[in-house]
Design a protein around this ligand. Structure first.
Ligand code: SAH
Length: 385
């Protein structure tokens, strides 16, 4: 049976490019795309899709603006513009998050909180980011403002939590730069712990406002199980988790490895990873805050050779220093988790062009139904010579 989507704002929003296609067809399109792209490297296993591909996004970002009569609205930027399309209900976002955003927008006039205007650079509230823990039910609200001075914050928090007792923490994040980057560098916790927790593969993870977390937790488990399976761990290996975020992949695999080393550029995420290791009683892990390429180059110089390298870079892919260091370290296995098909193909070409590695298999996992984004796990093995 196929699943069809009916989104009233699809044409104006541009966030989802595939809602016109029934879900099975979306999966076929993604499968074909990966087969074409990876044909020079390896066969592609059938894409792992969702049985219920709606409201999966646990991170919801609303941009704030005002309508013609000056009333606050929330929504998304129309594709390729900075014009805000009002969105009240979204097919892929967590519905609890959408409700909270609607409540915040309704509360704004009462508390005289002014919406930021990106042309005049005046006003206070810029964005709302909500992150939900699918398995814990926790909800973190991040209010992005031009200043940490939040007039009437006590009353505002009280009113919001009264409407939504399911909110577990509220953080104000200051961003007064003229930038399209959503979050700034300074934060104040207004309510609760200041972070959100969720569970994946039987482990609990704490996620700070600026740390990365997979937006589809249900499929993240499928992704991680696939990646861990392809690592082929026996309990004796040193596993290097590069671009590790809050340590999720490595910590989920840590019971099967002798030692886990994680490297990540974002200091908040590294702090989360260390706390996550402790909270899950993982005692064989160390996490380093560094550029993955620089870190790997140093490992190669010092001769520390991991048995398995798992790499999960951002959409822009990895870089020459990292890939060169991996080749000189020559681990037996590399598992590449990618959210950017083109950069994946580019990096695979770099790793395989001199015959040192061969790609064994690729498994697409549908992390982003209704959108064109494709996540893929690829395993490579060193060719013995
Ligand atoms: N594996 C994690 C995170 C993947 S997202 C998970 O599944 O949750 C990619 C991560 O790479 C982000 O946390 C980002 O902060 C980090 N990153 C980006 N550039 C980096 C670099 N040059 N060196 C190390 N980490 C980097």
């Amino acid at each position: 049976m196929s699943i069809y989507f009916k989104c009233p704002v699809a044409a104006r929003c541009g966030g989802c490019q595939m809602t016109k296609l029934p879900y099975q067809e979306q999966l076929r399109v993604k499968q074909r795309r990966m087969e074409e792209l990876l044909r020079p490297f390896c066969p592609v296993e059938p894409i792992r899709g969702m049985s219920s591909p709606l409201h999966y996004r646990n991170k919801v970002h609303a941009v704030l603006s005002v309508d013609k009569s000056g009333r606050p609205i929330s929504g998304v930027y129309a594709a390729g513009t900075h014009r805000v399309v009002p969105v009240k209900h979204c097919l892929i976002e967590d519905q609890r998050a959408d409700q909270i955003i609607r409540s915040i927008v309704e509360l704004l006039p009462k508390f005289r909180l002014r919406i930021y205007n990106e042309y005049t650079h005046r006003g206070f509230l810029r964005h709302i980011v909500i992150r939900t823990g699918q398995f814990t039910g926790q909800i973190m609200v991040v209010l992005v403002t031009t200043s940490l001075e939040f007039p009437g914050k006590k009353e505002f928090v009280q009113a919001l939590v009264q409407l939504h007792p399911e909110i577990t923490t509220i953080v104000v994040n200051e961003n007064n730069r003229q930038t399209s980057v959503v979050l700034g560098n300074r934060e104040n916790v207004l309510y609760g712990s200041g972070y959100m927790e969720d569970e994946l593969c039987g482990k609990r993870f704490r996620i700070s406002p600026r740390s990365f977390y997979q937006v589809n937790a249900q499929q993240a488990e499928v992704l991680y199980e696939t990646a861990i399976d392809l690592m082929g761990l026996t309990g004796k290996e040193t596993l290097l988790d590069a671009y590790c975020g809050t340590g999720t992949i490595g910590l989920c695999a840590s019971d099967k490895a002798a030692r886990l080393i994680g490297v990540e550029l974002n200091a908040d995420a590294v702090k989360d990873a260390r706390i996550n290791a402790e909270a899950n009683q993982v005692h064989n892990a160390s996490f380093y805050c560094d550029d993955a390429g620089r870190f790997m180059t140093r490992m190669a110089r010092e001769g520390h050779v991991p048995d398995v390298v798992c790499m999960d870079p951002p959409r822009s892919g990895s870089d020459v220093p990292f890939l060169t260091a991996v080749k000189s370290l020559a681990p037996k296995k590399i598992v590449y988790v990618s959210c950017g098909p083109d950069t994946l193909a580019r990096d695979l070409d770099f790793l395989c062009r001199d015959g040192q590695y061969k790609v064994l298999t690729a498994v697409p996992v549908d992390m982003f139904p209704c959108t064109e984004h494709i996540e893929t796990v690829v395993s490579l093995s060193r060719v013995s010579r």
